[in-house]
Design a protein. Sequence first.
Length: 511
Amino acid sequence: MMGTRIFPAVLAALFTFSALLTSASDEPQSAGAAVPSTENSPTNLGGIMPPSFDQQVARVVAELDRIEADTLNQVEHSQLDRQAQVRTLGKLLLFDKRLSVNQNEACSFCHTPETGFTGPIQSLNATTVSYPGSVRTRFSNRKPQSYMYAPFAPVLHYNAYQGDFVGGNFWDMRASGYRLQDPSAEQAQGPPTNPVEMGLPDSACVAYRLSHAPYRKLFEAVWGEDLFIIQWPANVEKVCATPAPPPANDQYPVHLSTADRARADHVYDGFALAISAYEFSPEVSPFTSKYDAVQAGKDQFTPQEKSGYELFRSKARCNECHRDGGPGEEPLFTDFTASNLGVPRNPGLQYFYEGAPDQHAYAANPSGPAYVDSGVGFFLRKLKSLSGQLNPDSAWIQLAPKFDGKFQVPTLRNVDMRPTPDFVKAYMHNGYFKSLKDVVHFYNTRDVLPRCAANDPGEKTTCWPAPEDATNLNKRQLGNLKLTDQEEDAIVSFLKTLTDGYKIPNERAAK
C-alpha cells in the first residue's frame, strides 16, 4: 500500500484489517469505491484514508482488547451480584470484536469511553466522520452517536399535541423500543447485522459466536443455561463469515429449526438487554460532571460558566430542546425530539464514495455523491432498515414529509469529553462541525451571515453553506440569536462543565 492511490472497487475491497495495521506508509490510503471529486482538501479526502489512519486504528483496537481482558479477569476473580452480572455481561458484549463478520470490530470500535462513547479516531473525526465497518471498505452515512445516557430515552411515540416524535435511539429514531420496550436495547441490535457496520448476515450468528465466547457461562448465568442448546448447521461458520446483507431469497441464511431459531432470538434479545443495562450503569451514565456538582451545592461555576448557563436558559434558547430537567425530570439535556437545524452537507463523508459494488456485489450508497440524508423521514417511509428495525406503526408513514431532514436532539452531556484538549471531535449527524465554538456560532448566525461561495476561506466564520436539506427547517430556536462573540464563548465554557468524571477541588485536595 505504498503511495497515494485510489483503487478500483474490487481491489479496494480486498483490503484487510491486518494490512491497515501493518502499513508503514505515511501516505493516504484508498478506502473504497472512489469517484472523481473536485472537493479534495485536508478534510475531504475523496475516497482516500487519512495518513495516520492505521496507527490510530491500532491504538484503539489495542485499548479495546485491554478493556475486554481486564473485564474478563474481573469476572474470573470477583463475586458479582445479579446487577453486576448483567452489567458486566453487557460490557463484555460491547468490547467483543468476535461478534462481527470478520471478527475484527467490536461495538466499542466506534464508541470508546475516553471520547464520551463516541468516535475515538481523530483522523476520521476530522475527515470521513463515519467509521469503517468489519468490512473495512464500507462506511455508514453518519457519525457515531454517544450512548451515554441513551437508556433514558422513552419508547418512540408520536405526541400529537406537540406534533413531534419523542424517544427512540439512533439519529433517525429507528430503534423505537416497541418490541423490547427499551430503545437502547434495540439500538444494540442494529450494528451486528448492518452491512456497513459489524456485517453479520444473520442475527443467529451472534448466538453462534457467543456459544464459543470465553464468557458463555456468565451469559448463561444471566439468561438461562438452555439458550445455547442449538443444533447448528454444518456450514454455520462459513455463513457467519460471509458479510451481510444476506441473499434476497434467503433472509435467514443460518438455517435453523423453529425451536432453535427461537432460542437464537432469545440470545439476541439477551445480548441487547445486557448492553442496555451496562449503558444504564454509573460506568456509562454516571451524572458526575461539574454541572452536577454545582447543582448539588458542592462547587460553583466560574463567572464565564455561570454566564453561559444563564444564556443557555434564556437568550440562546438552548434549553428549549436540550432540557436541563424540571420537576421529576433527570437533567439529560435533550427532549428526545428531532429537528432540522439546517446543517450544511459534509463533502468529507466517505459514504459519498461507495456507489460501486464491492467484491461481495454490495453497494452501500447507489446514489453516490447525489445522496441526501433525510433523517427521520427516511425511517418513517421504510418498513425495514438496513439493520432490521421496523417502522412499528404504519400510520406513521403519512407523517414522513413533516420529518424529512430532521435528526434526533442528542444529549449534551459529555459533548466535550475527549482524551486530550486538542483531540478533534465531530458534531451533528454528519460531523460537519469540528468544535463547539463552530456549533454555537452556527446556531447564532445561520440566518445572518451570507452564503459561502465555493472554497470560501470564511466558511464557518463569516459565511455558511446552504443546508443540505432545507425541508422542515427549524427557524424558531436558532439562526439569529444576536449573541456576541463573548457570549458564544461563555456558552461553550458552560457546555464543558457537562463532562463526567469531574473532581471537586476540595475532594482533590483531601486525596
